[in-house]
Design a binder for this molecule. Structure first.
Ligand code: SAM
Ligand code: SF4
Length: 363
């Protein structure tokens, strides 16, 4: 089916000020019949940190500044994507908070309506370094949900893993986010054996004491395995076992009450003891494959569509977006989905992943 209305969207006549006026295109479906409901948009491929598993300390390859999508292009992109029934968007990077005038962008995007007439749901993943000053304005500009990444509560180890970060600033940023009204906030922790495996319990308690939901992510071998050491992998099952041992309480699967997002995280609830009913998530790309339920695509900061995080294949969206070529936008999206693989080929020895690091694709 043709995409009939991107042109009107581009001209600003439709689904922001006048929800419901745009006409839907057929949903974005891939050859495995998975429907795309969620889009992660990278705002920049730069970062104020250099997390060891995400990017090299030096020599990272960046896209040309002139190729980075402008606010107008991002707005047009989101409007266009709503026509395919997409209502959930996450801003990421790189580090999204280093994008200049981010609050203005969030205000513009959060005013866009989905095809159902409701405002789109806008979330963001950040390292938290700039939240102390940005949390409240972002909340007021319409950002709905927030995920903050934090791998350790030890100042020295935090510096080691981020190569730049200031733990105390991040903690102040988290407090600012809570005070601003974000709820629930999620805390992303990459589980790394020999680094933070002894902190699973303390990270959970840190989060729970603040009403935050911790989520433990298995390390993925990005960048051709160059940033990955096989012995450092810690499976989601090992994370859960460590926590059960430390708390002396069991975990029960828990999908309920709005905590389960659109993503691949599985949620668990502590069944007894001082932290009874507290929840945590595990994201286990390596050991509990979730590809069959994949519902997302990623758009890089320079407008490349990545249908799969684990694959370098891209379709260029920028050219069509810049040219106002609406059929071209749809063609690029459908071509990207046509190439979407059934699953990833990540291997525990570090092979099988993309050549690009996480930061270039957009996490
Ligand atoms: N800069 C923001 C942040 O750190 O939250 C957003 C971008 S970052 C690439 C998004 C998420 O990807 C973070 O939670 C980070 O820990 C995670 N990540 C990066 N590289 C990873 C890897 N190789 N394996 C697993 N998770 C990774
Ligand atoms: Fe930056 Fe996030 Fe990557 Fe760390 S994980 S280097 S904070 S983009």
């Amino acid at each position: 089916m043709r995409l009939v209305q991107i042109g009107r969207i581009s001209n600003g006549q439709s689904n922001g000020a006048c929800p419901g006026a745009a006409h839907a295109a057929s949903p974005l479906r891939d050859p495995s019949n998975r429907t795309i409901r969620y889009v992660r948009i990278s705002l920049t491929d730069h970062c104020n940190y250099r997390c060891t598993y995400c990017m090299p300390d030096e020599g990272a390859e960046y896209g040309a500044r002139s190729d980075v999508l402008s606010f107008d292009e991002l707005e047009r992109l989101v409007r266009a994507l709503t026509l395919f029934g997409i209502a959930d968007f996450r801003l990421t990077g790189g580090e999204p908070t280093i994008r200049r005038d981010l609050v203005d962008l969030v205000g513009r995007l959060s005013a866009i309506h989905s095809i159902s007439g409701d405002p789109i749901r806008l979330s963001m993943t950040t390292n938290g370094e700039a939240l102390e000053s940005l949390a409240l304005p972002l909340f007021q500009a319409g950002l709905g949900r927030l995920t903050v990444s934090l791998d350790t509560l030890d100042v020295r180890r935090f510096r080691e893993i981020t190569r730049r970060g200031d733990l105390e600033r991040v903690v102040r940023g988290l407090d600012a986010a809570r005070n601003a009204g974000f709820s629930p906030i999620k805390l992303n922790v990459v589980a790394i054996r020999g680094f933070n495996d002894a902190e699973i319990g303390s990270l959970c308690r840190f989060a729970w004491d603040r009403g935050i939901v911790p989520r433990f992510i298995e390390l993925m071998p990005m960048a051709d395995g160059r940033l990955f050491a096989p012995g450092e992998s810690m499976s989601a099952a090992d994370v859960r076992r460590a926590l059960v041992e430390e708390l002396g309480a069991e975990l029960a699967p828990d999908e309920g009450e709005g905590i389960a997002g659109l993503g691949p995280a599985r949620y668990w609830r502590v069944t007894s003891g001082a932290y009874a009913q507290r929840r945590l998530g595990t994201i286990a790309a390596m050991t509990e494959n979730f590809c069959s339920g994949c519902n997302r695509i990623r758009i890089s900061a320079t407008g490349q569509i990545h249908a799969c995080l684990a694959n370098d294949a891209v379709q260029d969206l920028r050219r069509a977006l810049r040219a106002g070529d609406d059929p071209g936008v749809e063609s690029a999206l459908r071509a990207a989905l046509g190439e979407k693989r059934e699953g990833h080929f990540f291997e525990s020895n570090g092979r099988g992943g993309p050549r690009k690091p996480m930061i270039s694709i957009g996490g």
